[in-house]
Write a protein that binds this ligand. Structure first.
Ligand code: NAD
Ligand code: ZN
Length: 248
């Protein structure tokens, strides 16, 4: 691993336009469980069912009870970890342009990154299913489930559920960022949720080097990634940033 960390620091030092694609794995060390990983909430139900737009439309109270309420409690408490902080340090050193994140937890912005494309929307806001008025999630009163808008409509997270399209502006900007970059860091994503999993493929097609950071192999590992640094996002980012500081 030591050699690959050094390689990543050298590749970052040489790159002109770096983009990171992140998934639920980068937030695990902040206490937010992934959908597919082991542990907690997600083993008790099928995310493809409970986080599906059809379930939300049919039975919003059920989705609030099982998914949104618990997610709100977890996300309210979560703080950026060394993985998020490492990416903020890269931006501060002008070594990271844009983060495309599949996460809805807002932790990249909390760490200090300024250009974050929220590919799957955000959990920081709720919106009315009738009139689209938005409410800050942390200010929403959840003593009654599901919470309602002043118009009487039901509130839902301003995030993308399975079965919904990616917000067009996020899709357009992500495609552009993937096309323009010469190095993409792919951190903590199992690369099975589409169309997010296509982003590193677009980057590769346009000549970018792809560096994966994940404790597990993924479908990208053999076909798309130049190399995989097998480890946790926090530890790996700390070591890369520390090696990079010796070079630039
Ligand atoms: P995912 O598909 O991104 O899979 C998680 C990945 O993280 C796996 O490949 C796993 O090997 C890796 N991983 C585990 N521990 C890690 C660590 N310490 N450091 C780096 N990588 C690690 O995510 P998912 O859980 O299958 O979720 C799919 C979608 O659900 C996401 O794209 C997102 O929209 C949503 N989601 C978001 C959050 C969040 O906002 N934090 C949490 C759960 C799910
Ligand atoms: Zn309303």
């Amino acid at each position: 691993m030591k050699e690959l960390i050094k390689q990543a620091a050298e590749d970052l030092a040489a790159a002109r336009n770096v983009v990171a694609l992140t998934g639920a794995g980068i937030s695990i060390e902040s206490g937010i469980p992934p959908f597919r990983g082991k542990g907690g909430l997600w083993e008790r139900f099928d995310p493809m069912e409970i986080a599906h737009i059809d379930t939300l439309m049919r039975d919003p109270a059920k989705v609030w009870k099982i998914l949104v309420k618990e997610m709100k409690e977890i996300v309210d408490r979560a703080r950026p970890n060394d993985g998020h902080k490492g990416l903020a340090k890269l931006e501060a050193r002008d070594k990271l342009q844009t983060i495309i994140t599949q996460n809805i937890d807002g932790l990249h912005q909390a760490a200090g990154n300024t250009d974050v494309i929220e590919f799957h929307g955000t959990f920081a806001w709720q919106r009315c299913m009738d009139c689209n008025k938005k409410y800050e999630t942390r200010k929403v009163d959840i003593s009654e489930i599901p919470p309602r808008c002043e118009c009487g409509g039901i509130l839902r997270p301003d995030a993308v559920f399975f079965g919904e399209i990616i917000p067009p502006e996020a899709m357009r900007r992500s495609r552009q960022a993937a096309t323009d970059c010469d190095l993409m860091l792919v951190i903590g994503t199992s690369a099975v949720v589409q169309p997010a999993a296509m982003i590193p493929v677009i980057a590769k097609d346009n000549g970018a080097k792809i560096v994966e950071i994940n404790p597990e192999r993924t479908p990208l590992t053999d076909q798309i990634s130049d190399y995989l640094i097998m480890g946790k996002a926090g530890e790996v980012m700390n070591r890369i940033v520390s090696d990079l500081q010796k070079i630039i």
